[in-house]
Ligand binder design. Sequence first.
Ligand code: ZN
Length: 383
Amino acid sequence: MEIPPLVKQGSVLSTEESRRYSRHLALPDISTIGQERLKKSKILCVGAGGLGSPVLMYLAAAGVGTLGVVDFDVVDETNLQRQILHGESDVGISKAVSARETILKINSLIKVVVHDVELSRINALEILGQYDLIIDGTDNFATRYLINDAAVLLGKPYVWGSIYRFDGQATVFWAEHGPCYRCLHPQPAIDVASCAEAGVLGVLCATIGAIQATEAIKIITGIGTALIGNLIMYNALEMSFEKIEFKKDPKCDLCSQNARQLQLLDDYEAFCASPSSDEISVFDLKDRIDQGGNFLLVDVREAHEFEIVRIPGSILIPLAKFFDGSAMASLPMDKNIILYCKVGIRSATALNILKSAGHKKASHVSGGVLAWVENIEPELEVY
Ligand SMILES: [Zn+2]
């Protein structure tokens, strides 16, 4: 979708800036007027981690005049594999402060505003309100809904990205011109495993973060076709990109004409943690097994985990087969399916996919195989 430049009137470039950004000025689509718009623009990145690193570093180099950074975390050794804003000497210090230092090393002509706080319903509107455009570098659903809701209420574009193992996604939500995050996910999706549990290919952050930074520059300067209403899905192993179109939900609670949500929610954590009726305990599962219930027990972990320990009577269908759709072909639609994994996160994701595919009789085991061993068969091995 072609849209006019978000920043209407730029700030005049100095001679030094004209020299520095000469490769941008040489592009007819950007030229001096586009670079002046970038200089005038204020972009907020929520999260100075895996996605925030390439986003902030490239936007700094590109000459975005004001970069805001929200992060209240400190740099941990395990971040260094992908969060290239931070180096070994930054371990233990604030990510926002470390980010600021790196950004200013790249470009001392720009302004960096540090928000060393957790984004919350109390401060979100005030913080986001200071910027032209918001970029998501977070990794949790509660913050995504909060950013989306605040961005819609403020009328700001929201450039979104997410990463999982070898897969990444990116899009632009902007209620004024297209769908918002709630149009795509009206209810919280069941949480996928965190990077800590699932792992993530570090360099994946660069691919998805670069897409986010690119979209931000296009929107500020009004060039090209913004990714509004289109979801990019990237797989590093296949080196494949897919672009899927999605539409504004005419019944969206937040951004449609009949919107009922006119302000931020009271509690985003609670909204995203709403207990699922599709969850069963290991005690329930034991009862059903003892009663000889007619169901299929499916382990969605990897084969090497299945070899270590499993719930008796289960079959193995790794989570990836739910993502690529092949699992659905082998699961009978008319039979009860009970899914489990190590702790209940991956099985929740598989359940979500199964339900989206129209499977009505599925549930998953709360706490996974570890809860089973702890409560039912303590003699089994744990890992
Ligand atoms: Zn919406």
